[in-house]
Design a protein around this ligand. Sequence first.
Ligand SMILES: *[C@@H]1O[C@H](CO)[C@@H](O)[C@H](O)[C@H]1NC(C)=O
Ligand SMILES: *[C@@H]1O[C@H](CO)[C@@H](O)[C@H](O)[C@H]1NC(C)=O
Ligand SMILES: *[C@@H]1O[C@H](CO)[C@@H](O)[C@H](O)[C@H]1NC(C)=O
Ligand SMILES: *[C@@H]1O[C@H](CO)[C@@H](O)[C@H](O)[C@H]1NC(C)=O
Ligand SMILES: *[C@@H]1O[C@H](CO)[C@@H](O)[C@H](O)[C@H]1NC(C)=O
Ligand SMILES: *[C@@H]1O[C@H](CO)[C@@H](O)[C@H](O)[C@H]1NC(C)=O
Ligand SMILES: *[C@@H]1O[C@H](CO)[C@@H](O)[C@H](O)[C@H]1NC(C)=O
Ligand SMILES: *[C@@H]1O[C@H](CO)[C@@H](O)[C@H](O)[C@H]1NC(C)=O
Ligand SMILES: *[C@@H]1O[C@H](CO)[C@@H](O)[C@H](O)[C@H]1NC(C)=O
Ligand SMILES: *[C@@H]1O[C@H](CO)[C@@H](O)[C@H](O)[C@H]1NC(C)=O
Length: 742
Amino acid sequence: MSLAKMIVLGLFFFQLLNIRSLGAACLSNCSTIDIKDPFGTDSSCARLGFELTCNQSFQPPKLFLGNTSIEVLDISYSGSTALVRSKVVSTIQSSYNDSWSGFPTNGPYSISITQNKFVAVGCGTLAQLSSLQQPQQVISACASICVDQTSTSTDGSCTGIGCCKSSIPTSLTSFEFQLTSLNQMSLSGKNYSNKAFIAQETWLNTNVQAMESQYTNVTDDNSVVVPVLLDWKIDNLSCAKANRKSDYACSSNSVCVDYNNSTGYQCKCLDGYDGNPYMKDGCQDIIECNQPNKYPCDGTCVNSQGSYTCICQNGKRSSNCTTSNGKELIPLAGVLIIVGVGIFVCLLSLPIAIIMLMYKLKARRLRKLKEKFFKQNRGFLLEQLISSNKDIAERMKIFNLEELEKATNNFDQTRIVGRGGHGTVYKGILSDQRVVAIKKSKIKLQREIDEFINEVVILSQINHRNVVKLYGCCLETEVPLLVYEFISNGALSNHLHANFSRSLPWQDRMRIALETARALAYLHTAASISVFHRDIKTANILLDDSLTAKLSDFGASRSVPINQTGITTVIQGTYGYVDPEYYYTGRLTEKSDVYSFGVILVELLTREMPVSQGRFPDGGNLAANFMMVMQDNRLFEILDPQVVEEGRKSEIKAISALAEACLNLKGEERPTMKQVEMELENLLGLRKRSKKRSGHLSTPQRLVENDGILRITSIEGSSSSSEYMTRQFSLEEEFLVESFPR
Ligand SMILES: *[C@@H]1O[C@H](CO)[C@@H](O)[C@H](O)[C@H]1NC(C)=O
Ligand SMILES: *[C@@H]1O[C@H](CO)[C@@H](O)[C@H](O)[C@H]1NC(C)=O
Ligand SMILES: *[C@@H]1O[C@H](CO)[C@@H](O)[C@H](O)[C@H]1NC(C)=O
Ligand SMILES: *[C@@H]1O[C@H](CO)[C@@H](O)[C@H](O)[C@H]1NC(C)=O
Ligand SMILES: *[C@@H]1O[C@H](CO)[C@@H](O)[C@H](O)[C@H]1NC(C)=O
Ligand SMILES: *[C@@H]1O[C@H](CO)[C@@H](O)[C@H](O)[C@H]1NC(C)=O
Ligand SMILES: *[C@@H]1O[C@H](CO)[C@@H](O)[C@H](O)[C@H]1NC(C)=O
Ligand SMILES: *[C@@H]1O[C@H](CO)[C@@H](O)[C@H](O)[C@H]1NC(C)=O
Ligand SMILES: *[C@@H]1O[C@H](CO)[C@@H](O)[C@H](O)[C@H]1NC(C)=O
Ligand SMILES: *[C@@H]1O[C@H](CO)[C@@H](O)[C@H](O)[C@H]1NC(C)=O
């Protein structure tokens, strides 16, 4: 073997020894005990104060705190505790003192006062614990007696029978034990040993029986290893201070916990982590899914850093699992709540919103309708008409719908004063206290509307004391509303055909006839344009408080240029009043009104309805029958008895003659209204100087062949309000008239 080789070998062995010595200095374990930070078997690998000694001369090797004789049984890094072998003081002497010390001075260890108990085992012994430095100041004591030698307590409760235990109030590092015999040993012939020690309470509960069995055996005091739990801490600083220092002990995923009033600190792994918080990467995530006993999960277990999730399977729910990731459940629930609340609020506010919207839409539609109607009702034309003429503007106005609704209490049924062919008449009181009649059509044909407009236009140009006054109209409804002066005494027909034996006095009847004639004469000639009323009848002659006649209902009236003698129109009028010539030819002249006026005269004379079936043997037509009785000189047969009573014969005859003239079948042979007016004035003695009668009137014509046509049964007269009722010829009715057997 060469020298070089020897040197190499020598170096090798030296190195090997060197490594060994280094390895011995920093052991990672001593027997079953792992040695990790902050502990170490050498000052180079241990934190100051945490040096341990592994004496490998023992088999198995024993670990000691530092260079002390205190044997380490276990170390808990996560709990920052160490289990060391306690000193058992044992004696058979009646009085015995012993101490236990040797903990490293200013070291990190202290006896846990919560997890250890001071224990005495023996028959008749008093055990006292005190600090080694102050043996007189006893801090804990207990006595154990034996009631009966053979039946010593073995239940481990250490209640004083064979075994007693007591708390340790303050943490100590050196102890003085004093054992005093209570002279019970003499009870037995054997030698007994009394023992005292500090022990971990959890160990005590399960192992004290072994200790108790020992009190008969004085020879083997060290046979039982009694553990005591020590707390250990880092330094003597608070977490707040230690945190800023370079030698801060706590690793990642761990927290610092102040120990005993900030006399030091300990490190703890975060929840979900486990391991040694004092070592780099010491706190390891707990794989909870691998510990189903500790972390139960019914569903699919999913581990995550510091936590885990148990996902329910197949929709099954239990408290162990969640339907989703546990972290997402809360936001999802929040969203659901928000959505739910939103829907709830929406549902609540929706009807309100809809109502408001509908109200708005309705109001808007109403406004639009009003505008539409106003247009349709030729409101602009009327407006122009009214505003262009100062006279008309003074008399008439265009009313708001609201105004008229207010005036009629919203067109209340009780305000209805009449129903006519043109519509319903309401009594109303305007805001200026004027009492008015408001005519409202129920038919919404354009023809009806035209009639309304027609009436407005005609009446707007007429100003006569015997023509009902039109105050104005409202054009905001589908059919226009006409506002008249209210005529309090109703229609002439009401007075004549009421079911009373006596009616209007003869003089009043004559005056009414005159007033009507005046109005018609005015319409035909005096007004700026010629107006044919076309619907003259007693129902359209209204009477005011003083029974003054007021001609009304100009819906059918036609204005005709003054030089024009006649126009051809659709037949309009009322059964019993219609001029037969006009009816057959359709040619409208002023004489049609004269014919109708003739019927009124007959009505005034006879109080008979113009058409009344059963009253006359020869059909129901009053005019035709009147002409017949005139022809036969049987006038007084059909006269109203009241007329015969009150009237002078000459007057009656004159009026009858006038009626006959008016009822001439040939229109051109009838007198004009002006002539009628003058005749009536003569009769009433108002024009005494022109007493001579017109020759025209002395030759009355006779109704010969056309009377049959007018015997059409009228619906009139069937109800009390029928006096206002008018029947107008429609095409259908014309057909019926045509086809009626003559
Ligand atoms: C460390 O543990 C191993 C087995 O885990 C053992 O063989 C070895 O002797 C132990 N070291 C000490 C110093 O006890
Ligand atoms: C180990 O223990 C033995 C016996 O108790 C003792 O003689 C020896 O000095 C100890 N060695 C160390 C390094 O403490
Ligand atoms: C332990 O070591 C310290 C110094 O670190 C020394 O002062 C002390 O005497 C030693 N104790 C024993 C029992 O060896
Ligand atoms: C034990 O200590 C107490 C108090 O220090 C003392 O009074 C007593 O005499 C001591 N007993 C023995 C046997 O040393
Ligand atoms: C806390 O420390 C004081 C003195 O430092 C000590 O008296 C006390 O027993 C300690 N408490 C605990 C619970 O360790
Ligand atoms: C037991 O006690 C007796 C006297 O009481 C003594 O003679 C004997 O040596 C004791 N035995 C032991 C093992 O100490
Ligand atoms: C006392 O201890 C010795 C040695 O451990 C043992 O051999 C003996 O049987 C024990 N005596 C009793 C009474 O348990
Ligand atoms: C902390 O411990 C050191 C020695 O480890 C000592 O010098 C210092 O006085 C202690 N501080 C306190 C507040 O106890
Ligand atoms: C412990 O804290 C209390 C207040 O919580 C204080 O009164 C006491 O002095 C503190 N003790 C020590 C040893 O710091
Ligand atoms: C979790 O599940 C296990 C087994 O499925 C069950 O025994 C346990 O009671 C459940 N835990 C809770 C808190 O319901």
